[in-house]
Ligand binder design. Sequence first.
Ligand SMILES: [Mg+2]
Length: 415
Amino acid sequence: MDQSLPHHKWTKMIALMDMNAFFASIEQKDYPWWRGRPVAVTNGKIGTGIITCSYEARAFGVHTGMRLVEARKLCPQLIQAPARPYRYAEVSRSIMHSLENITPDLEIFSVDEAFLDLSHCQRLYHYDPWQIGKLIKQVVFDISGLLCSVGLSGDRSTAKWAAKQMKPNGLTIIKPELAEQALAEVSVTDLCGVNKGIGRFLAQYGVYRCADMKHIPISVLGQRFGNPGKRIWLMAQGKDPEVINGHVCEAKTLGHGKVIPPNTTKGQTILLYLMHMAEKVAARLRLNQLQAQVFSIAFKTINGWQKTRSRTISCTDDGKQIFKLCKFFFQQKWQGEGVFQVHVAALDPRPASGQQDFFIKDDQDRQNLHQMIDKINHRYGEFTLCNAPLLNRSSMPNVIAPAWKPDGHRNTLEH
Ligand SMILES: [Mg+2]
């Protein structure tokens, strides 16, 4: 794109900020002697699968989702770094907070990605998307010392795609009026949220590249997939109508979501993920000395999100109590369809002290147990100690894994 042309106001300006090899970069930042060396982050010392790895490791062909044994064959000098989820969350939080100084219209998309709606602050930056893109990267670097890639365009989906084009440390700008053209040759399944199932459906209509989408009416997708389907039709033409959903970064909720293996239909497995999320929310409440009584529970199927708000009898920070709500809701609402994501959040958490409901007998034993578990997990990695069923969560990383994508692109070097 020619930077010398005068700039004009865009109807909408959306950026996606994506941290580069986020967890591995934090390890290299905190342990300088690991800089410039191949580092793989695993779930504790015992983890056998790679959650993510540094660019130096990627140069050897090591990638997310690979077994450590396999990776060592490619790269014998690979350094294993046990994941430190609390540290990653801390860095993530500070980055997200500093981005709020650029625009309050911020959506935290994952632990290392955020959408920024810049539509209303273009004048501040002289309508110059390059200036804004560089500012985002600078703000992230100043607070964390880490690099990110930024994509900027007139809609969410194009911005997300743009951010993937240059890594690490990239800045890709696609003018809204050129978005359709930029995406024309892109495979539809390369767009975020278009999974292989949808890809197969579209292939039946001869739609492989984004440019092919115009040849089928929007109703084909609408009838099969509802509103998400209509959105995909528009996304392929650089006209994603989805807005930036700012409310998720409100401080008043404390939640955990996870993209699970796409189209999971085994009830036990889905419940296990919900239990995992419930325990994570509980652990974070305890870490922050908070309790909550209202929880938001959600799971996403091909038909969209199923959500509820449920209450426990009294304020709690106990994962078992939270999971009970999850289980009840799931058993009521789930009809066997494939599930793609789960989410559990504590709404309006309050300081734990002095808020005890005196009708409920304070279970001191249970509190002592929690304190001990938290201490050990904090020191040795999350879920070193946990409920027995969670021990079976094979290949379930203990942080929102950057690798799990709804479209199943687990092997791309996206992070
Ligand atoms: Mg990333």
